[in-house]
Every structure is written in structure tokens, then in C-alpha cells.
Design a protein around this ligand. Structure first.
Ligand SMILES: Nc1ncnc2c1ncn2[C@@H]1O[C@H](COP(=O)(O)OP(=O)(O)O)[C@@H](O)[C@H]1O
Ligand SMILES: O=C(O)[C@@H](O)C(=O)COP(=O)(O)O
Length: 419
């Protein structure tokens, strides 16, 4: 099976989200954890999941280029750079610097940047990113523990992260469809514009944008804009019809949720779960010690895994509590402490027979998946938009990596009705 689409994702939930979109559109997809050292798995699309959203720029660029080389060596026809639908980044990067480095490595001078994901409420209008009915900087993302987003204008945000120029393919052009989008992009390339933020408020827009970028070496964005890409390969006669793209082994073992996400959606999901299943809320501010938090959680779980209901263990906290811990330890150390605790708890849960595990939070998922020694994830049925069940190798357990802001309020309950 020749590799068609080679993808690099800046976090693990994002990679799963992208893989899910591609599987739904009829591609087989495998998520690989970290820069591969051996041959890539056989699939139409390989998604290399990195944990570089908040890594130092040189490290993020280095890992991305190594991933790019592995994908191009394996014959990928097009590359996709996946970042968050809420454009999570800082003025230092890593969306711009990694994108610039990939363009250079691929010998290309232009790419789109389109994080839109209308199904999950992320739309872009006149360059401004909305989350549901709110501008990005009023959506709760302004309080994100690691990448607070305080500017909703993506042209401005991107311009702070690249030395290339940034333009906009605006709504009236996108509305006109594929040919108009292509004309706008050609005009930008002729003028030497390197990056085009592209407006999109519907899946129809994303399909048109996807078709328009078929000839480009690099496409960048959220998972939404990838929905049009499989059709390009089908049109070119490269992608056969597939009916079994999302099949996984049956689920076994006890059920659990671990959460390190402090996003509004996750806090709401924990709130609802409290009324239905055992929930332990850890207080990292009162006990800023990963070992002590782990011991507390594993003592609490004793005897609870056998009754068939999921248990929920959350280190998540309100913006005020997050700010207090960060003031005490510093932003990165606070994040790392909680990630370490949640990863150790997940490890303990799996050792105690958990075979179906939901992890809430992108960085948190990175820490958990790494701790569990997972090397690849096969993508299965979708629980809610952007979040599928996956089968983790070589552990042989089912994992659902939930992006902080994804999923309905009853996600932690409904996830276990699947399979
Ligand atoms: N109580 C807390 N105080 C400070 N940081 C926290 C707390 N709880 C979680 N965190 C950190 O916040 C970050 C949340 O990021 P992430 O897991 O990517 O969630 P999301 O998907 O919502 O962005 C992680 O680094 C996590 O360790
Ligand atoms: O694009 C998205 O929103 C997700 O795929 C994603 O990247 C999520 O990141 P986290 O919110 O940090 O989980």
C-alpha cells in the first residue's frame, strides 16, 4: 500500500483527531508516536505524533524535520502539518517556525494555514478565529495554562511567528469555490506571500479548500481542512475504496478516565460525571508532589474498578487555581508536575487491569502515551467529533485521547457505551 499523505502533528490528541478525519473519509491511517526509527507502518496516511506544541523552537523544528524526512523517504505524495483548531501557540511558535522549516525542506514557498473545524465550532471569518459564538480571545482559550490565546486575528498571530509575509483568502473568495481559491493563492504566490490564512465557516468551504490545495507540497491546519484531501487522491486514482478503515479488536478490561486538561469542556465533563460515577479531584496546589498525588489516586481507586462503572481521576483546575500553582512553580514546571502525576496514575491504572482509558488533554495525553510505552495507535470508531477510540500497540489496550475542548458534557460516560 503506497503512502499517500504524510502528517506531522504537534500533539497526540491532535494527531488522533486528524487520523479520525482521514479514516472517516475512507483512508486507512496509523498514528505513530514520536519520530520513527524503523520503517513506517503500511497505511494510506501515517500521522507522526510529536509533543512539540510548547517545546523550545529548535527542538520542535528538529523533530518536525526528522519526521518530514521519514515521510518523504517513505514516498508520501503530500505533507500535512497539523496544529490545534484553536491555533494554540505563543509568539515564539511553534506553528510558524515549524511551517517555515517544512516549506524550506520541501522546496516550496507557500502554504495555507487553516485551523477551522466548524463541526466543533471553530470557524474563521475575515481572518478572525471563533470558538462557538465567541472570538478566540474570549472563549476561555485566553486562560489556557500553556498557550493563552489573546489575539483572535490569525493573520497577526501568524505574522508574529514567521519572517515570511502572511495574507488572507477571505470569505467572499472561499464562497466562490475551488477555482476562485486557486486564483487567490496563485496571486499570493506571485507576490511572494508565504502564508495564507484561509477563511472557512462550513464543511463545504473545507472541501473546496481541500480540493484547491491538491497540487501543494504542504498543507497546514486543523483536522477540518484535511477532510477534502482523501478525495484528491481518489480523483487521481491513487486511493481505492476501503470499507474496513476503522475496525478495532473488541474492548476488554476496566474503564477509567484521567484528566489534566483545564479547558472549559473538560471541566464541564468532570462536573457531569460527578453525579454518575466515582470521581476523584486531585488538588495539585495543596499537594504539589507527583508521587503523593499518584499514591492518593491509586489508594482511592482500590476496590472501585470491579463494579463495571468508569472511575474518573482529574487534576484539572479552574483558571484561578492554575494561576496560583504557576505563580508558585512557574508555568512549565506546574504543567510538567501535573503531567507527571497523571502519567503515573495512568500507568498504575493499567497495571490494575484498566483496558479502556480516556485521557483528557493534549499535553496530558502526550505524557500518558509516552509513559505507557505506546508506539502506535490504530484508529477506530468516533465517540464525539474529533475523538475516536484507538487501539494502542504494543500495550494492547484501548485509548481515547480527548482534546481539552472536545466532546459533549456526557463524554466520560458515553465513551464507554462504545465497542
Ligand atoms: N491544577 C493545575 N495547575 C497547573 N497546571 C495544570 C493543572 N492541571 C493541569 N495542568 C496542566 O495544564 C496543561 C493542560 O494542557 P493539555 O493537557 O494540553 O489540556 P488541553 O487539551 O485542555 O489543552 C497540562 O500541562 C497540565 O499538566
Ligand atoms: O485541533 C484540535 O482542536 C485538536 O485536534 C487539538 O489539537 C487539541 O489540542 P488540545 O486541546 O491540547 O488537546
Amino acid at each position: 500500500m503506497p503512502l499517500l499523505l504524510g502528517c506531522i502533528a504537534d500533539d497526540f490528541t491532535g494527531a488522533t483527531d486528524l487520523a479520525n478525519t482521514l479514516v472517516k473519509a475512507g483512508m486507512s491511517a496509523v498514528q505513530v508516536i514520536g519520530v520513527p526509527t524503523g520503517p513506517l507502518p503500511e497505511a494510506d496516511a501515517v500521522i507522526i505524533a510529536l509533543k512539540i506544541r510548547t517545546a523550545p523552537v529548535t527542538e520542535a523544528v528538529g523533530q518536525s524535520l526528522a519526521a518530514c524526512d521519514a515521510l518523504t523517504k517513505a514516498g508520501a505524495k503530500q505533507l500535512f502539518w497539523k496544529y490545534c483548531s484553536t491555533f494554540d501557540s505563543t509568539d515564539q511558535g511553534n506553528i510558524g517556525p515549524v511551517g517555515d522549516a517544512l516549506l524550506k525542506r520541501l522546496g516550496s514557498g507557500f502554504a495555507i494555514a487553516c485551523p477551522a473545524f466548524p463541526t466543533n465550532g471553530r470557524t474563521i471569518y475575515l481572518g478572525h478565529l471563533f470558538v462557538g459564538g465567541a472570538l478566540l480571545n474570549e472563549s476561555g482559550m485566553e486562560n489556557h495554562p500553556l498557550t493563552p490565546m489573546t489575539d483572535p486575528n490569525l493573520v497577526r498571530v501568524m505574522a508574529r511567528q514567521t519572517d515570511g509575509s502572511v495574507g488572507l483568502v477571505s470569505f467572499p473568495v472561499v464562497e466562490q469555490g475551488v477555482a476562485a481559491i486557486r486564483r487567490a493563492m496563485t496571486g499570493m504566490m506571485d507576490r511572494g506571500t508565504r502564508w495564507a490564512i484561509v477563511d472557512a465557516v462550513s464543511d463545504a468551504h473545507l472541501m473546496a479548500i481541500g480540493e484547491a490545495v491538491a497540487p501543494q507540497a504542504l498543507v497546514t491546519g486543523g483536522s477540518g481542512v484535511a477532510m477534502g484531501l482523501p478525495e484528491n487522491f481518489r480523483r487521481a486514482g491513487l486511493l481505492p475504496e476501503r470499507s474496513d478503515a476503522g475496525a478495532l479488536p473488541p474492548m476488554t478490561g476496566a474503564a477509567a478516565v484521567v484528566a489534566g486538561s483545564c479547558s472549559r469542556a473538560t471541566l464541564g465533563q468532570i462536573g457531569l460525571a460527578r453525579d454518575h460515577v466515582p470521581v476523584l479531584e486531585l488538588d495539585a496546589l495543596a499537594t504539589p508532589d507527583a508521587k503523593a498525588m499518584t499514591a492518593q489516586a491509586l489508594a482511592w481507586v482500590d476496590g472501585k474498578l470491579e463494579d463495571g462503572r468508569p472511575v474518573v481521576i482529574a487534576a484539572s483546575a479552574t483558571p484561578e487555581k492554575v494561576a496560583a500553582l504557576q505563580a508558585k512553580l512557574g508555568r512549565d514546571a506546574a504543567g510538567a508536575l501535573v503531567e507527571d502525576a497523571v502519567a503515573s496514575i495512568a500507568e498504575g491504572l493499567v497495571a490494575r487491569g484498566v483496558g479502556r482509558l480516556v485521557v483528557a488533554g493534549g499535553e496530558t495525553s502526550g505524557a500518558v502515551v509516552t509513559r505507557l510505552g505506546v508506539t502506535s495507535l490504530r484508529i477506530g470508531p468516533e465517540i464525539d467529533p474529533g475523538v475516536p477510540w484507538t487501539f494502542a500497540e504494543p500495550k494492547g489496550i484501548h485509548l481515547a485521547l480527548k482534546s481539552g475542548n472536545f466532546g459533549a458534557r456526557d463524554f466520560f460516560l458515553k465513551a464507554f457505551d462504545h465497542g
